[in-house]
Design a binder for this molecule. Structure first.
Ligand SMILES: [Zn+2]
Length: 111
């Protein structure tokens, strides 16, 4: 029987978090370049600024999660102090709450 410890699983999530951080950083850079090139279409600008805000928010969340990893308190719900299930962290690595304290607002096409 092969048992993976929670620490091992959290280590894998660090890689996921770092990849997501890279991806959002790249997206922000692309959006910034796009904003300079857009011919002033307000609809596109609004969409781009919404994406930029979302990416900035995500970067902040991911940075905090990585910081918590360093401190060894990553994966703990900020509300009830319980362990956040690995399955939830795998879907949303930057989440700060367990499923009980922050139920999904909507269900996206999960298999
Ligand atoms: Zn909780």
């Amino acid at each position: 029987m092969y048992v993976v410890s929670r620490q091992d699983e959290l280590g894998v999530l660090r890689i996921v978090l770092e990849e997501q951080y890279e991806r959002h950083s790249t997206q922000l850079a692309l959006l910034a370049r796009q904003a300079r090139q857009l011919p002033g279409d307000r609809t596109d600008l609004a969409a781009a600024s919404a994406l930029t805000a979302a990416s900035r928010q995500a970067l902040g969340d991911i940075a905090r999660a990585l910081h918590y990893l360093e401190q060894g308190r990553y994966g703990t719900c900020e509300e009830c102090r319980g362990d956040i299930p690995i399955e939830r962290l795998a879907l949303r690595p930057a989440t700060r709450f367990c499923t009980t304290c922050q139920p999904e607002p909507h269900h996206q096409g999960r298999p």
